[in-house]
Design a protein around this ligand. Structure first.
Ligand code: GLY
Length: 352
């Protein structure tokens, strides 16, 4: 097992290893004063892991209730959030009790936001069960729900008390969902870890993901500790996400987040090469890495449509937009671009 310690407005540990689900009860008993825990999960994950999670908590003396909602981004809305708050109130969860988020990014974001707001804040533990949630969403305290006008528009920065990343849960992921997480893993390499990119090129980490997952979590920890509230360095985590958001929106959110990020990274790298900001060899290396991990590197959408959808992203500030631009193999920087110039970046990113 590898432990990564995060020192943000609240300090906590991220534990990465196999078989950790069964240690939850003991870990929660050491962290929480109360002895009631509410597990929040979805209809994909609950049939696989809810019973074990519950048993572990009960063996440690907890009374356990569980709230399970239909899997999918469509559930990350105000209605599910309010239903969850009412459920917590009905089960008389107090400030000394705790919530357990058992699932991927949707479960983690929704549970975290409920934890941040129920009784003005109760503790919560993240148990990420997708690669994407393990390396990104479960760490760093971003919690949110979607509004009709866009994704993650209502939320809070609220750190968990513990993240237990049981790598056994990644073994049951559909290949497509695992590939989505690989896009975020490749992103960490492109942001600032050429050694990680070497590992990804030379090994296949699916069977033994501990080193790779822990390395991504450590990089996220470093960025969150520098910039918890996302006003500077943390924005490097948006590599591939700005244009990726435009691609996701153009597809009516039919294309998965990971695939959109993979294409977004390709476009921004190609544009960076074209503007002379990044060595040319970075682009084919990125493309073959994406191919190795079954991720796409091209989109059918045109520059104008992508430009319009990208601008609706909340990463925009007034007349400028901050892009994350690769400047070497395994290094990226923030780059402020005037809004009208974004169109040219997208055009360069698309041109073959
Ligand atoms: N998922 C990006 C961040 O946590 O900042």
């Amino acid at each position: 097992m590898t432990t990564v310690s995060v020192r943000a407005s609240r300090s906590y540990e991220v534990k990465v290893g196999r078989g950790l689900l069964d240690t939850l009860g003991a870990e929660a008993a050491a962290l929480l004063k109360g002895r009631t825990a509410a597990i929040v999960s979805d209809s994909n994950v609950a049939p696989l892991y809810l019973d074990r999670t519950k048993a572990s908590l009960e063996q440690a003396g907890f009374q356990v209730c569980s709230f399970v909602f239909p899997a999918g981004e469509g559930s990350k809305n105000g209605q599910t959030y309010l239903d969850l708050l009412e459920f917590l109130a009905e089960h008389q969860i107090t400030r000394s009790d705790g919530l357990v988020a058992l699932g991927g990014g949707v479960v983690g974001d929704l549970t975290g936001f409920a934890a941040a707001t129920f009784l003005r804040g109760v503790d919560f533990i993240q148990i990420p069960t997708t690669l994407l949630a393990a390396v990104d969403a479960s760490v760093g305290g971003k919690t949110a729900i979607d509004l009709k006008n866009g994704k993650n528009l209502a939320g809070a920065f609220y750190q968990p008390r513990l993240v237990l990343c049981d790598l056994d849960t990644l073994d049951t992921l559909p290949a497509e969902t695992f590939a989505d997480g690989c896009a975020e893993v490749i992103k960490y390499g492109m942001i600032g870890d050429p050694g990680l990119l070497d590992l990804l090129e030379t090994t296949d980490f699916k069977k033994d993901p501990e080193e790779i997952v822990a390395r991504c979590v450590a990089q996220k920890r470093d960025l969150v500790e520098q910039d918890e509230f996302d006003t500077g360095a943390r924005q490097l985590l948006n590599l591939g996400h700005t244009i990726g958001h435009g691609i996701e929106a153009c597809s009516g959110y039919q294309l998965s987040h990971g695939k959109a990020v993979a294409i977004g990274m390709t476009l921004i790298t190609r544009a960076a090469v074209s503007f002379g900001l990044c060595p040319a060899e970075a682009l084919p290396r990125l493309q073959s890495l994406l191919k190795k991990y079954r991720l796409p590197d091209a989109t059918e959408y045109g520059a104008q449509a992508l430009y319009e959808k990208t601008l609706s992203d909340k990463k925009r500030t007034g007349s400028t937009i901050r892009l994350v631009v690769p400047t070497a193999w395994g290094r990226s920087q923030l780059h402020q671009v005037a809004v009208p110039d974004l169109l040219q970046w997208i055009e360069k990113g698309l041109s073959l």
